[in-house]
Write a protein that binds this ligand. Structure first.
Ligand code: ADP
Length: 589
């Protein structure tokens, strides 16, 4: 397959024709100085098409910076999508108009080829609410669309995937901080494969120090300038074009020049470098804390890939975290398209640091190819029984003995659907810092690890924060106190909010075309509150009976009653297209 990737900036159009399977580029060009003379995006697209004349183009993939709240995954472009991209212009006034001009010109020139829009914001679209919310009046935020979106998603997702494969571990078991340090710069907390925090916000202005953008600045400083008579245009120009490395150094935005002048003794350049690296370090620490752990730091973009000294400043003195930089490796690290990852840390470093060469065009092409594959795929329509799990717990023999007495054994009350599992007569009380929940049922048999499963509503009652986890993955989960008739046990971990999942046999998996560990979407329709559940984990074992498990909050949200069924509407096959989930929204006909 050959895909033409168009990346339209305000004054440039980058184009690459490539095969997303092999990554091989068949053609590449960059048209500059759009907006000068009679050069427009339309003429630039025409110029590119002229150059690739004779080559087969099976699809065009368009980079779009801002997808807003509605365009949350790569999508086939039609007139409605075009209008939705246009509606996001106020959110990215420097970028979206150019992206849109590219889409319009290319659709006109190549009307019979599918066009796919790929969004910088998409990877962050499912950031938790606590990460994307600004602490202002929600009514004001809602009315003006003020929330954090995040950008550079294509790059963060792409380098996270490469880093995971270089570390030889599945992305969904890793906590990464990815640092895209180019002219624009952002940090991302990639937690078990998903973006859960990123430094750019509602616009690409928040966060790290950039080539010409300030990154974080106290909103009070803006108010002060407004008070001093600055108007919108002047503020916009200063914050976006005259700040960052360029503003601090007074020596332009190219770090190579700034580093050279700093070495010669230029104090403004020295300050620019230290403010830049200090800010990045701050975010690495913050994201390690917000993820509750860290496996690797990944550096990319022109600066992350090339600047040995900046990498050194960022990564030094992280031994206390378990990251030990190897200065020789850092000094000799080279990343190329053919060898895109290089390790920067010592072998004994518990946390790895890697330089990774990003390739946004390739990632965009792959996402577009995935959208086209999804379009071709028929969704299997076999109903899946849904079971609603009330809060419950699994205990180890040791904890059971502490709670119910040394000689007690669990008493079987009734079998539950998964073979070998049963509800017990025994119940315990959960005690959190805020409140307690009595009468929580034990499920048997006893297990090697304690696991307490509660809903989000329960969490508020207890006053605890439970991470969403697959069953059995309780490392680093939340603490909870359990009270039984014979004693109290204070677990340091074990409390989770269970990740919704489907149990199925290998035969079922074959029928649905999914594998253990895939994540799918399941639609529940026909009732009073239809809902599509995303992020539903597939768990395959010959011991399992086909059944989807959700908790009481999830069931209430979809008004699910006993005997309910869902339909698998979309299977997202891990690894097929990097870390990005490309979602097809299922519309009941
Ligand atoms: P963009 O965000 O425009 O794609 P890049 O990812 O190409 O930008 O990054 C550009 C930045 O990378 C510039 O600040 C440039 O100075 C810096 N850079 C590139 N090579 C080096 C190098 N060898 N040493 C230091 N900085 C470098």
């Amino acid at each position: 397959m050959t895909i033409l990737v168009l990346n339209a900036g305000s004054s440039t159009l980058k184009a690459r024709l490539l095969d997303p399977g092999t990554g091989k580029a068949l053609f590449e060009t960059k048209v500059e100085r759009i907006g000068e003379g009679d050069r427009t995006h339309v003429s630039a697209v025409a110029h590119v098409l002229e150059e690739v004349k004779g080559q087969s183009i099976e699809a065009v993939a368009h980079r779009v910076v801002h997808g807003g709240a509605d365009l949350t995954s790569a999508i086939l472009v039609d007139d409605a999508v075009e209008r939705a991209v246009e509606a996001c212009v106020p959110l990215a006034p420097l970028h979206n108009p150019a992206n849109l001009a590219g889409i319009r010109a290319a659709r006109k020139a190549l009307p019979s080829v599918p066009h796919v829009a790929v969004f910088d914001t998409a990877f962050h679209a499912r950031m938790p609410r606590r990460a994307h919310t600004y602490a202002i009046d929600p009514e004001v935020a809602g009315r003006h669309g003020i929330r954090r979106f995040g950008f550079h998603g294509t790059s963060h997702a792409y380098v996270a995937e490469l880093a995971a494969s270089s570390l030889g571990r599945p992305l969904k078991e890793l906590r990464l901080v990815t640092l895209h340090l180019g002219n624009g710069a952002s940090a991302c907390a990639v937690e078990l494969g998903h973006s859960t925090e990123t430094s750019m916000g509602m616009t690409p202005l928040e966060g790290l120090v950039m080539g010409t953008r300030s990154g974080d600045i106290d909103a009070g400083a803006i108010l002060a300038l407004l008070g001093a008579g600055w108007d919108h245009a002047r503020l916009e120009k200063m914050l976006n074009r005259e700040s960052g490395l360029a503003g601090l150094s007074g020596a332009g935005n190219d770090l190579r020049d700034i580093e050279r002048r700093a070495a010669e003794g230029d104090d403004r350049c020295r300050l620019a470098i230290t403010v830049f690296s200090h800010r990045v370090r701050k975010y690495v620490g913050a994201y390690a804390a917000s993820m509750g752990g860290l496996d690797a730091v990944v550096l990319t973009g022109g600066i992350g890939e090339n600047s040995v000294t900046m990498r050194q400043r960022i990564l030094q003195r992280f031994e206390f975290l378990g990251l030990v930089l190897d200065e020789d490796r850092n000094a000799s690290a080279k990343v190329t398209h053919d060898a895109p990852t290089a390790r920067l840390t010592a072998d004994h470093s518990r946390i790895a640091a890697l330089a990774v060469k990003t390739d946004e065009e390739l990632s965009i092409a792959r996402q577009a190819a995935q959208v086209l594959r999804d379009r071709a795929r028929e969704a299997p329509a076999q109903p899946i029984p849904i079971a609603v799990s009330a809060r419950h717990l699994h205990l180890t023999a040791e904890t059971f003995a502490e709670l119910f007495g040394k000689d007690a054994t669990p008493t079987r009350r009734k079998d539950i659907s998964q073979p070998g599992q049963y509800a017990c007569e025994e119940q315990v009380n959960l005690i959190g810092p805020r409140g307690r929940i009595d009468g929580v049922r034990l499920l048997g048999p006893l297990r090697p690890r304690n696991q307490v499963e509660v809903s989000r509503t329960d969490e508020f009652k207890l006053g605890v924060d439970a991470p969403i986890r697959d069953s059995g993955k309780t490392d680093g989960s939340a603490p909870i106190v359990i009270e039984g008739p014979k004693g109290k046990v204070s677990l340091t971990e074990g409390l989770i909010c269970a990740k919704r999942h489907i149990h199925m046999s290998p035969d079922d998996a074959k029928r649905y075309g999914v594998a253990d560990g895939d994540e799918v979407e399941v639609e529940v329709s026909g009732g009073p509150r239809s809902l599509v559940f995303g992020d539903v984990l597939i768990r395959v074992s010959p011991k399992f009976v086909l059944e989807m498990h959700i908790d009481t909050d999830e069931a209430n949200a979809a008004e699910i009653n006993p005997g309910a069924q869902g339909e698998l509407v979309y299977a997202d096959v891990e690894g097929a297209h990097g870390a990005l989930r490309v979602r097809r929204v299922h519309k009941p006909s």
